[in-house]
Design a protein around this ligand. Structure first.
Ligand code: IMP
Length: 183
């Protein structure tokens, strides 16, 4: 049986550190959304955010709804091209009353989240913030900073904990750097 652990060059963030990161982010969000009328909607960006989102939502104490969007960006598997297309949209009539927190696995060029924030604000959301597990600031191509950042990482291609390379490796329980001969 193929073992995906063997395709990992080294572990960057182990399961214990992931739990610490998620707890810290959940506490930050809880404290910012503590008001009676603040029940945010966590909007996960499919598919990479799924593992992070399911851990984050269970670590949060503030009441939150969940929803999902899916986007595609054309390009090869390791380099996004910058064109963002919405493949699955929110289907909610009452966006103007909603405070949205977009949940992302990793920010690279910044184009996906920058686009989604302005898209949701244009649809009338009351507020839109973003939380990302990982951030690669060295790779930024547009001016964008998430409100909540789990961990800044160097410019390497990472897999696991929801993140994929060519749709593989999402099920690994840690974040690791992929072996260069596997790309
Ligand atoms: P951005 O629009 O360039 O910020 O791209 C963000 C998206 O690129 C993420 O949601 C991931 O799908 C993908 N991505 C960027 N870097 C990595 C990586 O190191 N591993 C896996 N996916 C990545």
């Amino acid at each position: 049986m193929a073992n995906w652990n063997d395709h990992v060059d080294h572990v960057l963030i182990d399961e214990a550190e992931l739990r610490e990161i998620v707890s810290r982010l959940a506490a930050q969000i809880d404290s910012d959304y503590s008001g009676e009328d603040k029940n945010p909607i966590l909007v996960g960006v499919l598919k990479g955010s799924v593992t992070f989102m399911t851990d984050l939502m269970r670590a949060m104490k503030c009441p939150a709804q969940i929803d999902f969007m899916r986007v595609s960006s054309y390009g090869n598997s390791t380099v996004a091209s910058g064109n963002v297309n919405i493949i699955l949209d929110l289907n909610r009539p009452n966006l103007p009353n909603e405070d949205i927190i977009v949940v992302e696995d990793i920010v690279d060029s910044g184009r996906t989240l920058k686009y989604l924030v302005s898209y949701l604000l244009n649809k009338g959301a009351r507020s839109v913030r973003t939380v990302t597990l990982l951030d690669k600031p060295e790779r930024r191509e547009v001016d964008f900073t998430p409100e909540y950042i789990g961990k800044e990482i160097p410019n390497a291609f990472v897999i696991g904990y929801g993140l994929d390379y060519a749709e593989k490796y999402r099920t690994l329980p840690y974040v690791g750097v992929i072996r260069s001969d596997k790309i």
